[in-house]
Design a protein around this ligand. Structure first.
Ligand code: C5P
Length: 305
């Protein structure tokens, strides 16, 4: 009997160059105005045909073994959603994930795995779903999943799922300070509601991102750094006060440093590849309780290998 070939997919991490957050909507989600950038840190996913069963294994960076393998794992949910919506009960997949994206770090690692699985099972099960169909499923799975399907740099509105590609004038070199202990996204949003640091009105947010878009289209990272802001930062620092001093130190070694998404990953934008390499070495010595990761952006979307 012919054994079907496994399907190989890679899916990127993201950083939020800017993240403005409004007061919660009726459904509890917060309206966002955010600029996502995909980074060249990829989770690898291998999918094997498995008669009628959907299963998962995870390996890779420390802590990967603690991730759930049932439907609490967004990749498993993605496979079930595709099968329920477009497949047949006889379809199955074993999903094997090699994690490189920091866990619970505000870099959308779980969302990347879900996006990669959508792309992967589409191929594995020969469904022929187009990008708009995958995008719709992605938005059902989570706010950051659609961005992993488009990659590069995009403006995100709504919950983050309404995407518009943006022009970028140059590559960006980043140093990421990743924490061994993550922060829970819902908890950070809850704390944000307690602190009420809402960005006031939609028009103001749009005006902000227009200037940011101009800076993005140029090649001056200093100009871009003036627009880097994260409305969730105060909430994350309120849950983990040590982040304030760590951010201050990080800022001294880059052009700008902010938390990525709901944190606690500190994203340090640097002038150039060489500046970032040097800053990574210095920050590793100064902040030894972090794992320092070098990354560049923009990177491509979740893709078949
Ligand atoms: O969409 P996702 O499942 O990634 O969101 C995780 C949690 O983060 C939500 O349950 C919600 O508490 C919070 N969230 C939010 N507003 C957003 C995105 C996420 O309140 N736009």
């Amino acid at each position: 009997m012919l054994v079907p070939m496994p399907v190989l997919v890679s899916a990127p991490a993201k950083v939020n160059i800017a993240l403005r957050v409004g007061p919660p909507r009726m459904d509890g989600f917060h309206p966002l105005n955010t600029v996502f950038e995909a980074l060249d840190i990829f989770d690898d996913i291998v999918l094997h045909e498995a008669e009628g069963e959907i299963s998962c294994e995870v390996s890779g960076i420390p802590g990967a073994e603690t991730l759930p393998l049932d439907e609490r794992n967004l990749a498993v949910r993605a496979a079930h959603l595709v099968r329920d919506r477009y497949g047949e009960p006889s379809m199955g997949a074993h999903i094997s994930i090699t994690k490189r994206i920091p866990l619970a770090g505000g870099m959308a690692g779980g969302s990347a795995d879900a996006a990669g699985t959508l792309v992967g099972v589409n191929k594995l099960w020969n469904l022929g779903l187009d990008l708009p169909a995958l995008h719709e499923l992605a938005a059902e799975l989570g706010s950051d999943v659609p961005f992993a399907l488009v990659g590069s740099v995009a403006l995100g509105r709504g919950r983050g799922e309404q995407l518009e590609p943006l022009r970028v004038g140059t590559m960006h070199s980043w140093v990421l300070l990743t924490s061994h202990e993550g922060l829970s996204t819902p908890e950070v949003f809850r704390e944000f509601d307690v602190l009420m640091g809402y960005s006031p009105v939609a028009e103001e947010l749009v005006a902000d991102t227009q200037e940011l878009q101009e800076a993005l289209a140029g090649d001056d990272v200093d100009a871009l750094s003036a627009h880097m802001i994260n409305d969730l930062q105060e909430a994350a620092m309120s849950l983990r006060p040590s982040l304030r001093e760590d951010l201050r130190i990080a800022r001294e070694h880059g052009v700008a440093a902010i938390l990525s998404g709901s944190g606690p990953t500190i994203a340090v934008l640097c002038e150039s590849f060489t500046h970032a390499d040097a800053a990574a070495g210095r920050l590793a010595r100064l902040l030894p309780h972090y794992t320092v990761v070098r990354a560049n952006g923009p990177a491509g979307p979740a893709h078949l290998r």
